[in-house]
Design a protein around this ligand. Structure first.
Ligand code: ADP
Ligand code: MG
Length: 545
């Protein structure tokens, strides 16, 4: 492990540098900053773990993850040493030492917000465990990860198993660049998580490194078109990279921006490879003018050569292209097929070696992650997310090994986060219906029928002044919720009373409720009061059907 440990920081620093250079890769950049927001799923997974267990109730904003993270940082800044000392001298149980929130300590730090100090102080003084031991348990456990960053999407691996063919194909197309000739344009396709970005960046790094030793400089400009999503912005970005920092990100006529880039790039002999990642987003949003203009530049350039690598998650996107653009861009097509379970296993094993401590993964962990991800269209990102989340689950449960159950737990959590996303984007009426089901579930009715849901729904609508739908329509919405996997609704026979629908909640109640109440239209439903009100009315009036 020593060897790889030594490697990690370097690799990581490189990957960070790469992100900065790349600039627009929001996945890369934000990932570095906020604990991996790229893959929202998994992030909220890990952060939730923390906030639920420890911080949520103290989060003044009540809003969660990122905020909690900030608090934790402040806490660390102010008291890191103290907490550390505490851990060492575990005999010292004196309350003053614990006083993480003692104002005197905090005044040293310019960055600590007083209101937050109070909160922190309260937490520590309040709890029964307010003896400075909060972190001891966590510190006691042997670490699971040796370098978790390696599992994040921002990390560009040095080796890409099962992508030799694609990497070679790219290299073969680009090699003319090193001789000062124009390389052919390349179009790369494949579903998300098939290694397109990682492979392209890998090749780009290699190309630039080799080009340091050649006469004609060769640069690769990586642009993520999900962020830089108009022709203007792409051209402005390129102009800026070649020294025209005066070109604003909006406001000029596009022609002028084009000319600025053209002149800047043509000031000397060089080869420029413009790598347009998520190119389908650009074309969808603003058509193919960018590609058209970039691909015809060479006929006018005197000194420089420009070639394009387009990377697309959508195989069909070329149908949106003008045939001329299509033929000039697709001089070479490279396809990235989904990975199968065995390939994912290799990828995970390679990554696990440098991200986990020796021997913490039990044998079935990687195969299981690979199998889950293979089912989800062979997505390596998903596989890596799952592996990371499994490690975090092991950490949370203070296990010294990552086991099958942690993978399953992680898989469930990732699923759950998907559900949260589904709930968040439901139309208001569906949210009200779901809220009604939750309210009944709150009253520990595991199963309810449509009539009961409708009664509650009617009351909720009144509460928030929302027009109510007919029962039939509400039944439809319940079926939709069922299809989305949010509720379970089955029709059961009641003998001579006919048939009735039994509805139950299939998602965690509190989490879902929280998400629903984020909707400003429903926020008026003050939890506690409302539940009480409904409860009393139900006690008065409701009868089971
Ligand atoms: P895409 O751009 O096709 O959506 P990425 O290149 O971003 O996919 O890959 C997703 C994640 O999987 C990244 O973390 C990447 O490092 C990793 N990955 C993909 N393919 C491989 C591979 N062959 N070897 C190692 N890691 C890989
Ligand atoms: Mg990509």
């Amino acid at each position: 492990m020593d060897e790889s440990d030594a490697d990690d920081p370097r690799a990581d620093a490189e990957s960070t540098a790469e992100s900065v250079r790349a600039g627009e890769g929001h996945d890369e950049t934000s990932d570095g900053l906020i604990d991996g927001s790229f893959s929202d799923d998994v992030d909220s997974v890990s952060d939730d773990g923390i906030s639920e267990d420890t911080f949520d109730s103290n989060d003044p904003s009540g809003s969660g993850d990122v905020k909690s993270g900030t608090d934790i940082n402040n806490l660390d800044d102010g008291t890191g040493d103290r907490v550390g000392d505490e851990a060492d001298e575990s005999d010292t149980t004196d309350e003053d030492t614990i006083g993480v929130g003692t104002p005197a300590e905090y005044t040293d730090s310019e960055y600590v917000d007083v209101s937050e100090i109070d909160t922190v102080g309260d937490v520590v003084d309040d709890g029964e465990e307010g003896d400075g031991r909060l972190f001891d348990d966590f510190l006691d456990v042997d670490p699971i990860f040796s370098n978790k960053e390696v599992l994040r999407p921002s990390y560009t691996p040095k080796k890409l198993p099962h992508r030799d063919k694609q990497v070679d194909a790219m290299a073969r197309s680009l090699v003319p660049a090193l001789r000062g000739e124009t390389p052919s344009n390349i179009l790369i396709y494949g579903k998300t998580g098939t290694g397109k970005t990682a492979s392209a960046k890998y090749v780009a790094n290699e190309l630039q490194e080799t080009s340091d030793t050649t006469d004609v400089p060769c640069t690769v400009e990586y642009i993520n078109c999900e962020q830089v999503d108009t022709q203007y912005r792409v051209l402005a970005r390129l102009a800026q990279k070649f020294g025209r920092e005066d070109v604003p990100m909006t406001g000029w006529p596009t022609d002028r921006v084009y000319d600025a880039f053209f002149e800047a790039v043509d000031t000397r002999e060089r080869v420029v490879v413009v790598m347009l990642d998520e190119i389908d987003k650009l074309v969808e949003k603003s058509g193919d003018d960018t590609l058209y203009n970039l691909s015809r530049m060479n006929s006018d350039l005197e000194n420089a050569r420009v070639s394009i690598i387009g990377i697309s998650n959508d195989v069909q996107f070329t149908e949106l292209l003008d045939p001329r653009v299509r033929s000039s861009l697709g001089e070479e097509d490279i396809v990235f097929p989904p990975y199968n379970a065995n390939q994912l296993r290799d990828i995970l094993e390679q990554r696990a070696e440098i991200s986990f401590e020796d021997g913490v993964l039990t044998n079935d962990v990687i195969p299981l992650c690979a199998a889950f991800a293979a089912k989800e269209h062979g997505d390596a990102r998903r596989a890596l997310d799952l592996l990371r989340a499994a490690g975090e689950a092991a950490e949370r449960s203070k296990s010294d090994k990552v086991k099958e159950q942690h993978v399953r737990e992680a898989q469930e959590r990732i699923e759950l986060n998907r559900v949260v996303e589904v709930v968040r984007t439901l139309p208001a009426q569906s949210k009200v219906v779901l809220y009604s089901i939750i309210t009944l579930d709150d009253e520990s009715r595991a199963k309810m029928n449509t009539g009961e849901v409708y009664n509650t729904y009617t009351r909720v609508c009144a509460e928030i002044n929302m027009d109510k739908l007919t029962q039939r329509r509400v039944t439809d919405l319940i079926s939709e919720l069922d299809m989305l996997g949010v509720v379970n609704s089955v029709v059961v026979s009641k003998g001579r009373y006919g048939r009735t629908r039994e509805i139950s909640l299939s998602v965690p109640r509190d989490e879902t409720k929280r998400v629903i109440l984020e909707d400003s239209r429903l926020a008026a439903l003050d939890d506690t009061e409302f539940t009480d009100a409904v409860q009393s009315r139900l006690d008065d009036t409701d009868t089971d059907g």
